[in-house]
Write a new protein. Structure first.
Lengths: 367, 285
């Protein structure tokens, strides 16, 4: 099997730049999620690899061979689209078999049967796309993309249009399904959870630039910038503007008027004018007991979400944070005065101007 | 509005009946006339009850028109045949040229694309009389006067813009991703066009083809000027019924019935496609 390589790929439409020097390598059998907010250029990137757009600059290689000049049908690429893009006038069976027929493969019927068994759509093979549920459409589209055993598999937000239950099921099923094919997989998604559940590595794309490519746990623990930190996590990370100072040989910062000790590290690198201090809601502890490093706050509202309570806290200076915790861990209710703590290693510091993370706290070890 | 009240229903019934009578009366009257002799038709007051005769149809089919002034040769059946040949050939040519062109206009943005498309449409705005004189001069020079090819060519002014613009809308309605998916499955763009785009735009292509057939069939001036008797369609051939000894109303009526029937049957048969096809967006899968 072959590796997929993008080398400083550029693309713009008029004044709108969709890809700026994007370089990325996907090994055979590896799943890389391309994740970013909508409009960040994820789909354009995929479409350049598929041959629907031509890159303005850079090169795209499959197995070391440039495919930029090859027409889509000769690129050896399988693709599943967000809107499924099934052929409406063909049965699910013919949809799946369309790729095999083009190459004149043998045993088409056997292969279609095996693939549809794998994706649990044997019972709807005779149906037209409009008679299928969204989940079945999506599985048919996946079967169609997988059946030709492509060297590169592109999945454009394939779970976007299926219902929540099915989405969870598919998140569990997809990784093993995709690894069977040993193709280099690029998986576009707008959902960080999906990216973390499915991918070996995540490539974070913001405004056409790859800002970080790393393993899911590492991106979560050590986001490259404020923008990346904001994208990962729900509720998203709490950010406060701080000016770190050294006090009694320790790096400290005042959060809402309370001095908080930060993890000791390379002090000099953190001695900046201003920084963003980021603490994930899950790392925020809400207690009734004060003490050193406890910030007084008032609970504004408590919202139960899933198995967690999300607590909106307001500090004395008016700034607000969110805490996410197990409901039984919450000792107080709305309008109660409480104290907020967080472990020093849970704090992330970002440069105020550039938004880049300051390599201060190693936090948890990346697995 | 309350549809279920008795007064409302009666009112609706009367209104519908009036509209129906208004539109259907001429057709019914022509049908009745076609079974009457000239004397019966010109009787005052006209009668609904009469002894039907097939003489008008016999005269048309045999080509012998008996008038007070003597026998006249009629080429009506030949005209009818010409109408078929000209309209069918025009629509087939327009489909062969127009469907790929419509696809190109729908899928690709190219320099002057919109201008070219609009220019083609503008052929429909210009009154035919405006271009007839120069056209007939050109045709005489080129030797295209009085040829089937020449008329089929000039009929492209009628059929091509219609097909181009209706079918273009259909192609634009098909998600390009469906074609991309087909190409990624290993098919060339030609196959994506013939096996995906054309079948999916099928209802639209059928509707556009049918409409252009009817428009070609109904055309009068182009054939009148550019063709002589043996190439002329029914619309022009019907002029022969205005004879020196008077207007042959019975034969005209029979000729109208015969010439309207094919397009009427075609429209009735394809009604479903027409309605489905002319309401854009109906092709989404």
């Amino acid at each position: 099997m072959a590796r997929l390589e993008l080398t400083s790929v550029d693309k713009s439409f008029g004044a709108v730049s969709c890809a700026k020097g994007v370089s990325l390598t996907v090994e055979p059998g590896e799943i890389v999620a391309v994740f970013g907010p909508s409009g960040s250029g994820k789909t354009v990137l995929l479409r350049m690899i598929a041959g629907m757009f031509e890159p303005d600059g850079g090169d795209i290689l499959v197995g070391g061979r440039s495919i930029v000049d090859a027409p889509p049908e000769q690129r050896g690429i399988g693709m599943a689209f967000q809107n499924f893009a099934l052929f409406p006038h063909m049965s699910a069976r013919d949809n799946i078999a369309s790729g095999l027929r083009a190459t004149g493969a043998a045993d088409i019927a056997t292969k279609v049967a095996a693939m549809s068994r794998l994706l649990k759509i044997e019972h709807v093979l005779g149906h037209r796309p409009r008679e299928l549920s969204n989940g079945q459409k999506q599985r048919t589209a996946l079967a169609r993309a997988l059946i030709g055993n492509p060297e590169v598999l592109l999945l454009d937000d394939p779970l976007r249009n299926v219902d929540a239950k099915l989405r969870y099921e598919m998140r569990l099923e997809l990784p093993s399904l995709l690894r069977r094919s040993s193709a280099a997989v690029l998986y576009v998604t707008q959902d960080y959870r999906e990216a973390m559940a499915i991918a070996d590595r995540i490539a974070v794309l913001i405004n056409g630039r790859l800002v970080q490519v790393a393993r899911p746990e590492e991106i979560y623990a050590r986001p490259a910038s404020v923008a990346v930190a904001r994208l990962f996590g729900d509720p998203s990370i709490n950010l406060s503007e701080v000016t770190p100072v050294v006090e009694q040989g320790r790096l400290t910062a005042a959060v809402a008027g309370t001095l908080i000790r930060l993890d000791a590290g390379e002090l000099s690198s953190a001695m900046r004018e201003r920084c963003w201090l980021g603490v994930r809601p899950g790392d925020v502890v809400v207690t009734r007991h004060g003490g050193e490093g406890a910030i007084p706050a008032r609970i504004v509202a408590v919202t139960p979400i899933h198995e967690r309570a999300v607590v909106l806290l307001r500090f004395a200076d008016g700034s607000e944070w969110l805490a996410a915790l197990a409901p039984e861990a919450l000792e107080a209710g709305a309008d109660d005065d409480v104290f907020v703590r967080f472990a020093p290693e849970a704090a992330l510091l970002f440069d105020h101007a550039s938004g880049d993370r300051i390599g201060l706290s190693p936090r948890r070890q990346a697995a | 509005m309350d549809h279920s009240s008795l007064a409302g229903r009666i009112f609706r019934g009367i209104a519908l009946a009036l509209v129906l009578v208004f539109f259907m009366f001429p057709i019914v009257w022509i049908l009745l006339m076609s079974f009457q002799s000239n004397e019966q038709i010109l009787r005052i007051p006209p009668r609904l009850l009469f002894e039907p005769t097939l003489a008008n149809y016999e005269a048309l089919i045999s080509g012998q028109l008996k008038t007070a002034a003597g026998n006249l040769q009629l080429t009506f059946m030949r005209n009818l045949m010409n109408s078929f040949i000209l309209s069918s050939a025009s629509v087939i040519l327009a489909l062969l040229l127009g469907v790929p062109a419509a696809y190109a206009f729908a899928r690709f943005k190219f320099k002057l694309g919109e201008t070219i498309a609009f220019t083609l449409l503008s052929f429909r705005f210009a009154p035919p009389l405006l271009v007839l004189l120069p056209l007939s001069l050109y045709y005489q020079q080129l030797g295209l006067n009085d040829t089937y090819f020449g008329i089929v060519w000039v009929y492209q002014l009628i059929a091509l813009p219609l097909i181009l613009w209706i079918v273009r809308g259909y192609f634009e309605d098909i998600s390009p991703d469906i074609e991309h998916a087909y190409r990624l499955a290993g098919h060339s763009w030609r196959e994506a066009f013939t096996r995906i785009a054309v079948p999916l735009a099928g209802p639209g292509i059928a509707a556009a083809g049918l409409l252009s057939f009817i428009f070609c069939w109904n055309n009068f001036v182009f054939a009148l000027i550019l063709a002589s008797a043996d190439k002329q369609p029914v619309t022009v051939g019907a002029l022969a019924f205005v004879t020196a000894s008077g207007i042959q109303y019975g034969q005209i009526a029979a000729a109208i019935v015969l010439s309207v029937t094919p397009t009427l049957l075609l429209a009735l048969y394809a009604q479903r496609y027409l309605v489905e096809g002319l309401s854009l967006g109906a092709v989404k899968g």
